[in-house]
Design a protein around this ligand. Structure first.
Ligand SMILES: [Zn+2]
Ligand SMILES: [Zn+2]
Length: 365
């Protein structure tokens, strides 16, 4: 397999850059014939959750829709992309962070084929989903491993779940590999170690060029990562999420394997294109292998929200953990603050005030 990173062949609104990974097999572009049409993938920044919009030859597929609070963003993003109808809406599983935003899309766009796993749950979000499906008289299909679907110049094939009935519904996620010519994209929902093992035991070919890391960068086994053997990885997770995504061992493994990494929590929406032979990226990989941290450093921080994980680039406030003062990033006292006491905070100021922080009288945050 040959991966090329070319500049300048991305859709109109993208500011294309060449992203070349060290150690990547590359080759000069020589007016090659494009073997097929393009497949464009948008890994939407939906905070903690997943939503991927795929487009090929004017056909659209939405894979998960993010959480409830991402719903209007997802709908307006699709509208901006010119989506009038969805050829496929694939809901990997019925957890809120995948399903809720998809309900907005179900309301807004006609869906030709709804694809879901073969189970039901009693959550209220599932009830709302079931109501829309009934109202629209859609018939969801529950694919089997190996099923293949046509999608523009691309196809996608189902790789999971191998079996149903897991106690953890994440393991019942419908996972697929999207293929456009020689380029393959792995999207496995929230599968974890249990489902990974079943997939490996089933002997399915899961090799892919770009891997959306399972379950927001939670568990992945060495064995599974090696079986996918991706040249690039994408993690879709929320900035400062309280789940500790991506996990430390997963982030470390990716770093050790020197797999270039894109992250929605650090970079926003990630745009990747394939022309059947070459894969191009609208942004460089961030290669930020910093793991998420579970909860916070203290009870108060956990209550206050996403204190950990924000950095100088994306924080709303800078806190002094010692004096319990809230500052703006540009406040002069931030420059002289002891690093040990300095915390970058992204989130609501009220949550901080509720937790005993006070505003700096100098910068008036
Ligand atoms: Zn999830
Ligand atoms: Zn899940």
């Amino acid at each position: 397999m040959l991966l090329l990173c070319l500049a300048g062949c991305n859709p109109k609104d993208m500011n294309s850059v060449t992203a070349q990974a060290s150690g990547q097999e590359t080759q000069e572009q020589e007016n090659q014939e494009k073997p097929s049409g393009s497949l464009n993938l948008h890994y939407l920044d939906v905070g903690q959750g997943n939503a991927v919009l795929a487009e090929s030859q004017g056909h659209y597929m939405l894979i998960d829709g993010g959480a409830r609070k991402a719903s209007s963003f997802v709908v307006s993003y699709l509208e901006k992309q010119g989506v009038k109808e969805l050829d496929y809406l694939l809901i990997s599983h019925f957890d809120e962070d995948h399903l809720a935003g998809a309900i907005g899309a179900l309301h807004k766009f006609p869906v030709k084929q709804l694809i879901t796993p073969d189970y039901e749950t009693d959550s209220s979000i599932y009830q709302s989903y079931a109501e829309v499906v009934q109202e629209k008289q859609y018939q969801a299909i529950h694919p089997k491993v190996g099923d293949e679907f046509a999608f523009g110049t691309a196809t996608f094939r189902v790789i999971s779940p191998v079996a149903y009935g897991h106690e953890d519904e994440n393991q019942d996620s419908v996972g697929i590999i999207l293929q456009n010519g020689e380029n393959e994209f792995f999207i496995g929902g929230d599968i974890g170690l249990e489902s990974e093992k079943e997939i490996l035991n089933a002997g399915t070919d899961i090799q892919a060029d770009v891997m959306l890391m399972n379950h927001h960068g939670s568990h992945v086994s060495d064995e599974f990562l090696h079986a996918v053997n991706p040249d690039y990885a994408v993690i879709s997770c929320g900035a400062g999420n309280s789940y500790g995504h991506p996990r430390q061992d997963t982030a470390k493994l990716l770093e050790e394997e020197q797999i270039p990494l894109f992250r929605t929590d650090k970079q926003g929406t990630i745009d990747i294109s394939s022309n059947g032979q070459d894969i191009t990226f609208a942004q460089k990989p961030c290669n930020d292998y910093t793991p998420g941290s579970r909860g916070g450093n203290s009870q108060q921080e956990e209550a206050a929200g996403s204190m950990e994980n924000a950095g100088p680039e994306d924080c709303d406030y800078v806190l002094n953990a010692h004096t319990k003062k809230i500052h703006l990033l540009e406040c002069s006292s931030v420059k002289t603050m002891d690093e040990d006491n300095k915390e970058y905070y992204k989130g609501d100021k009220q949550a901080l005030l509720d937790n005993g922080y006070t505003e700096c009288g100098n910068c008036n945050p």
